[in-house]
Design a protein. Structure first.
Ligand code: ATP
Ligand code: MG
Length: 650
């Protein structure tokens, strides 16, 4: 409905009010997670429009993800403010280019680049660099970093040396590929994503008529999540502004998580140096999370090293007390996932909406085991910012190859056969240092681990059975839904919030990610990622990790180094952890304690030592696979009818 300007000021604290009602001109809100930054800019835009300071069409709000931009638009509409633009940098640039382009280049036809990897591949070939798919993806990321950092091909080697940046192949070679890629792309009259930004800036910088018209049209600029701005985006912003200063920025330097892609919190922290007359507001009240969650968030981030002056903010919780965050250590990932799924089921049964629950992990490949566990309990989910495991390109390709090999399977042990077949898809012996190749590698490794699991549970496991098992699992996954538990990477969770958040897989090598080791700046970025994760929770927060990837596998993993010192001495965790050496049963967090069940009869394995195969001692190990399948089906069906997890049936 219609709201008056006074309504728009209701429910704001004094600092938020100061930012909302500041006169037109530079405004900077520096504040921690959950303090209402996004709420403040939405209110500010609405207020400026309602008070007649600016018309809706003159406002341009930008943020970094399409989802966040959509959220801004929704919130503005809810305040009765249609017509204000809220877009990603790229979407805003694309729209402007469509409009200005003919005047900049005449009537030449330019197209958006289609098939970037193919072009990078041709460039790599010409430069004599390896053209494996993973290498190409990493090269494409490097070119994106260079363009986002405003680094030309010839300056690339010096720039990576300055930034102490690891490169997928020698810097000189990347530079060659980059140059060849640009040349081929421009010759074909194509624009890649970053060109949209570059050309928008150039059009405004070099064509005064275009700039004049643009600046007459857009007069008020707002940027959310400003801590993650890249030099290229900043240049576009500067081109939009020209000599004007009607710019509101909000951000939290502690949430800078894209510096690997060229982003930097410097423009946020140096805002007042650039605009000495700016209205600066700091928010410290956290409206999102319970004091328990806020306290943990404060502990996570206060351990950060070299925090810039503008980022030393403490959060003060405003909400009533809630449950303490829980910590749970598990033997292996499947057990961890099952425990998380069971806990989610409890929450849903107690009335929490599915859309108010999220499972957050570091790399997208981690989603598989959670997809499986949720599907088993019939809990709908959606995977955000990454594809569902069995929908991923590398997984689909690998499955096709595995099926094809079934006619004439190579000799040997199943896991070794699978490994051999997956090698051509990028499953190298050593994990790639990072980037897309690493994600791909993790997905492929997950497939080998499924083979190991099958061998451990099925004496007659062979390639066809394995291929069937994969098919079955792929089909058991829920079709995409709109209402479900969110599975997302920590990166994709930025700016969002849920009642209940599960931070999973918190082991060293994942959080922080292995390739950050030895690079202090990269480690600090990993810590900020954990901070982003913790601060997504309104009420329930559960942290967990598993000592082994596979069921019954070797427990060689350690909990994340970030967790040491976080858990207070008098917390139950610390006490139980001391005896962990001998007692390897999962500890900590009563609600999340998983129980192991025999994989054949479903009996609880408590008290009995599970055999290596995950069966109780009384169950035969050479059961016919079809019987196992029928048992599993029967259990699934019964569990649906009785509305209990499948493993409770027996
Ligand atoms: P992030 O850094 O994670 O992006 P943020 O600072 O943008 O967080 P918001 O998403 O704007 O925070 O707000 C967090 C939550 O607190 C939202 O649910 C919002 O509605 C609520 N909130 C913000 N300010 C107030 C307030 N003054 N009174 C009550 N609730 C508030
Ligand atoms: Mg926000």
């Amino acid at each position: 409905g219609e709201r008056g300007p006074t309504d728009l000021l209701a429910g704001l604290d004094p600092e938020q009010l100061a930012a909302v009602t500041a006169p037109r001109g530079p405004v900077c809100v520096l504040a921690g997670a959950g303090t209402g930054k996004t709420r403040t800019i939405v209110r500010r835009i609405a207020h400026l429009i309602h008070a007649g300071h600016v018309s809706a069409g003159q406002v341009l709000a930008v943020t970094f993800t399409a989802r966040a931009a959509g959220e801004l638009r929704t919130r503005l509409l809810a305040l009765g403010v249609p017509g204000a633009q809220a877009r990603t940098f790229h979407a805003a640039a694309l729209r402007q280019l469509r409009y200005f382009w003919p005047r900049v280049v005449g009537d030449q036809q330019w197209d958006l680049l289609d098939g970037k990897l193919r072009l990078v591949g041709q460039a790599a070939h010409r430069a004599g660099v390896g053209t494996e798919r993973e290498t190409l993806r990493d090269l494409a990321s490097e070119i994106e970093w260079a363009k986002a950092s405003l680094v030309a091909p010839e300056d690339y080697p010096a720039a990576v040396a300055r930034a102490r940046r690891e490169t997928p192949v020698a810097a000189e070679q990347v530079a060659k590929v980059y140059a060849a890629y640009e040349a081929a792309k421009n010759a074909a009259r194509q624009l890649d994503f970053d060109d949209l930004l570059l050309h928008t800036a150039a059009a405004l910088e070099e064509h005064s008529a275009v700039a004049e018209e643009f600046r007459d049209r857009y007069r008020c600029f707002v940027v959310d999540e400003y801590q993650d701005v890249t030099p290229l985006q900043q240049r576009v912003l500067d081109a939009w502004l020209g000599r004007r200063d009607d710019l509101t920025v909000v951000g939290d330097a502690n949430q800078t998580i894209y510096s690997f892609a060229g982003a930097s919190p410097r423009p946020l922290l140096d805002f007042t140096r650039r605009f000495p007359e700016a209205t600066v507001v700091r928010l410290e009240r956290d409206y999102r999370s319970t004091p328990q969650v806020v306290s943990l968030a404060n502990r996570v981030i206060s351990a950060a090293r070299d925090r810039p002056a503008g980022s030393r903010l403490r959060l003060i919780g405003q909400r009533p007390n809630g449950p303490e965050p829980t910590y749970a250590e598990h033997d292996d990932e499947p057990t961890e996932a099952k425990a998380v799924a069971a806990r989610i089921k409890d929450l849903v049964d107690a009335g929490t909406a599915l859309s108010e629950i999220a499972v957050l992990y570091r790399v997208n490949a981690q989603s598989e085991v959670y997809e499986q566990a949720l599907a088993e309990l019939d809990i709908p989910y959606l995977v955000r910012g990454g594809e569902r495991f069995f929908a991923r390109q590398e997984v689909r390709q690998a499955m096709a190859a595995l099926r094809k090999a079934c006619g004439d399977p190579p000799e040997g042990e199943l896991p070794a056969i699978v490994r051999g077949l997956l090698e051509p898809f990028g499953l190298t012996a050593e994990p790639p240092s990072g980037g897309k190749a690493r994600e791909r590698w993790e997905s492929l490794l997950a497939l080998v681990e499924l083979a190991e699991e099958l061998v451990a549970t099925d004496a007659r496991a062979d390639l066809p059975r394995y291929a069937n098992e994969l098919e079955m699992r792929a089909q058991a996954q829920h079709p995409p839904t709109v209402e479900g538990v969110t599975l997302a990477s920590l990166h994709a969770a930025k700016g969002l919030e849920w009642d209940a958040v599960f931070l999973v897989g918190l082991v060293d090598g994942t959080v922080p990610i292995q390739h950050a080791d030895g690079d202090d700046a990269a480690i600090e970025e990993e810590r900020r990622l954990l901070y982003v994760g913790v601060t997504r929770a309104r009420e329930h927060l559960a942290l967990s990790w598993a000592l082994s990837r596979t069921e019954g596998g070797k427990r060689y993993r350690r909990r994340s180094r970030f967790l040491y010192g976080l858990i207070p001495d008098n917390h139950p965790t610390a006490r139980i952890a001391a005896t962990r050496q001998r007692d390897t049963r999962p500890v900590m967090g009563r609600a999340m304690t998983p129980v192991r069940y025999c994989r054949v009869c479903g009996d609880k394995l408590i008290g009995t030592m599970p055999t290596k195969l995950g069966r109780c001692e009384s169950c035969p190990s050479d059961l016919d696979q079809s019987l196992l399948d029928r048992l599993r089906e029967w259990r699934m069906e019964r569990s649906k009818a009785l509305k209990v997890p499948a493993y409770v049936i027996f």
